[in-house]
Design a protein around this ligand. Structure first.
Ligand code: KG4
Ligand code: ZN
Length: 338
């Protein structure tokens, strides 16, 4: 089954063709990052306009590169939630028009389910059930993936997402948006024990997390150094910060793996590219003797191939939308309104 997949929830316009949820024929991304960089973050109105400009040409290019005709597309999958509402709407409207014109089913895909499904593209042997650590720019949670379309959230951040926190600290350190990757690079040559940063303690739910205390402490440390004219050891601050984020995530994953007894563990989302988190997850899964699945760096960030992968399984589960499909800025991974 050839699925034409569309993603436009933030600042990447993306179109892919995916076969049977597992094989990528083509994966096209038009990134707007350079454009938003001058503002230090995504400007929603600009993002929507750029998606409109890019999406038609990108879809044509995708079909040309995949060497398939429009008749060979069996369904159209699209991110319908969550994201910047204007941005998501562009993808949804494009996908509706494509499905209607081609006379093929329209499949709504939750963006975070897509991030999880990036692992199906990279690991043909991975099948639910498994436990997944989702770490993206807008979401941080531990998900019990019981089946391809059946999930339970075991714990979630109570405030900031991990990626958001990386980006804020990187921005104050003068790194260009989105700063997570630059902070990660700087951390590699730093001393993680140089700065003492707080790790939030588990609350009522041992799987819930909090990053706002770490973010505030990091920003205060940077501003204080600036005020008193103290030179910061930036690589060491980045290393100390990255290790604090990992120390919030990893023990909760350890407890969740032990509690659920799962033998398969995955990581998903843009922050899954983080070298510290990848390394710590490898060590944890090695020590527990469980299998770890992570997307390659190219599939960690936003892309349409992951939407095509999840779209296939949504289709098999009968999740087909009509032309009344709407876009949503927020919606839980379980499909509930927030
Ligand atoms: O999943 P994603 O593309 O967007 C959302 O769905 O929200 O994640 C983007 C986030 C950004 O915050 C970016 O800075 C972060 O992923 N990121 C990283 C790294 N690469 C990307 N954070 C830490 N280390 C990295 N290597
Ligand atoms: Zn994303």
């Amino acid at each position: 089954m050839n699925i034409l997949a569309v993603e436009s929830s933030c600042d990447e316009t993306a179109v892919a063709v995916v076969v049977d949820g597992r094989k990528v024929l083509v994966d096209k991304i038009a990134s707007q990052v350079e454009l938003h960089r001058i503002y230090g973050g995504v400007v929603p109105e600009i993002a929507s306009r750029k998606h409109i400009e890019a999406i038609y040409g990108l879809a044509d290019e995708a079909l040309r590169d995949a060497a398939i005709t429009r008749d060979q597309i069996d369904a159209v999958a699209v991110t319908y939630a969550p994201g910047l509402i204007g941005a998501v709407l562009v993808g949804v409207n494009f996908a509706k028009a494509a499905a209607l014109t081609l006379g093929k089913p329209l499949i709504p895909v939750h963006h975070i389910r897509g991030h999880i499904a990036a692992n199906y593209l990279a690991h043909p042997d991975l099948k639910p059930p498994f436990l997944c650590l989702v770490v993206s720019g807008g979401h941080t949670m531990i998900v019990d993936v019981k089946d391809y379309t059946e999930m339970e959230i075991l714990g979630t951040t109570l405030d900031d997402a991990a990626g958001e926190c990386f980006d804020k600290v990187a921005r104050v350190l003068g790194m260009p948006y989105p700063g997570g990757a630059a902070l990660d690079r700087a951390a590699k040559v730093g001393d993680e024990n140089k700065y003492q940063l707080p790790r939030s303690k588990p609350g009522k739910n041992p799987y819930d997390m909090s990053f706002s205390g770490l973010k505030t402490a990091s920003l205060n440390l940077i501003h204080h150094a600036d005020q008193v004219g103290e030179e910061l050891d930036i690589p060491s601050l980045c290393a100390s910060f990255s290790s604090a984020v990992a120390d919030i995530l990893i023990p909760r994953m350890e407890q969740a793996i032990r509690q659920t007894g799962y033998q398969h563990v995955a990581v998903a989302g843009g922050v899954a590219a983080n070298s510290r988190i990848r390394g710590d997850m490898e060590n944890l899964c090695d020590s527990l003797g469980v299998n770890l699945y992570m997307p390659p760096l190219s599939l960690c960030g936003d892309n349409a191939a992951m939407i095509g992968a999840q779209g296939y399984y949504e289709y098999l589960a009968g999740n087909i939308a009509g032309m009344e499909l709407n876009a949503y800025a927020t919606k839980s991974i379980l499909g509930e309104m927030l």
